[in-house]
Design a protein around this ligand. Structure first.
Ligand code: HEM
Length: 141
């Protein structure tokens, strides 16, 4: 049997350890964000209690990786760039978010190739958040 590419069907969802594996990843992600100086600015954009933030990101990532659409089941539809348009996210904040994710990924028992793949893929919506923010600021100038 040939191995499926990570973007194919639910291959990423399974490589990430399904619902439980993704929950662990997101808990580690927010643990990193809460303990690193470089992430202070983005941590402060979140509520003190991260329970809902963790639930939302974990559920979103399940569907985003080709697994069950758990965000939609509980919270309804979402598009990532507009969901962040009220937040001052520029290149530095995007990098901080991605480095938190990189550190969280290093704690997971995933194949290195999958970690590299996920960071590359997450950089795409992260970049779109910054592009939308810059457009909004340009209009408001
Ligand atoms: C570019 C850097 C990013 C920063 C600084 C950032 C920051 C935030 C913040 C502050 C919130 C609000 C949390 C709350 O009020 O509970 C949020 C919500 C959320 N973020 Fe991000 N985020 C980033 C990128 C991403 C990416 C790349 C994804 C998905 C691949 C994502 C998925 C989500 C989801 C699903 C929510 C919940 C939205 C809602 O239900 O309203 N974020 N993010």
């Amino acid at each position: 049997m040939t191995e499926r590419a990570y973007g194919d069907g639910d291959a990423s969802f399974l490589a990430a350890g399904g619902v439980k594996g993704i929950q662990r990843l997101v808990e580690d992600f927010y643990d990193v964000m809460s303990t690193r100086d470089y992430a202070k600015v983005i941590r402060e954009m979140h509520p003190d209690d991260l329970t809902v933030s963790i639930d939302k990101l974990a559920r979103f990532l399940c569907g985003w990786m080709g697994g069950p659409k758990r965000y939609r089941e509980k919270y309804g539809g979402i598009a990532i760039p507009p969901a962040h348009k009220h937040l001052p996210i520029h290149e530095a904040e995007k990098q901080a978010w991605l480095v938190c994710m990189q550190e969280a990924l290093e704690r997971q028992p995933y194949p290195e190739a999958f970690k590299d793949y996920l960071i590359e893929q997450l950089a795409i919506p992260a970049g779109r958040i910054v592009v939308l923010r810059e457009k909004i600021e340009h209009i408001n100038e």
